[in-house]
Design a protein around this ligand. Structure first.
Ligand code: ZN
Length: 90
């Protein structure tokens, strides 16, 4: 584990060190997911999160990759069910 100290500016911004970004797979211009839990803030690539419900996808086998990003199986099933129900005229 690595850590560093950074000063937060008046808008809440600070710089993530380049080696931290590289090791986390965060490229320039990428979307990130920010979570806070009991005073600890985590920053991860947004691609690890469902694009519909924004829950973290722990296992990529439990998701479907679309052009807009990953969708969890629960959301995929809900969309599929709604689409199929609508296609059958209910
Ligand atoms: Zn989802």
């Amino acid at each position: 584990m690595k850590s560093c100290l950074r000063k937060v500016d008046e808008l809440g911004r600070f710089v993530l060190p380049i080696d931290f970004r590289r090791s986390a797979g965060i490229e320039n211009g990428a979307m990130v997911a920010i979570t806070v839990d009991e005073g600890r803030i985590t920053v991860e690539p947004a691609e690890r999160y469902c694009q519909v419900c924004h829950r973290r996808i722990a296992d990529s086998a439990q998701s479907i990759a679309l052009d807009c990003g990953k969708v969890c199986m629960s959301c995929a099933a809900a969309v599929s069910e709604r689409y199929l129900t609508g296609a059958q005229g209910h």
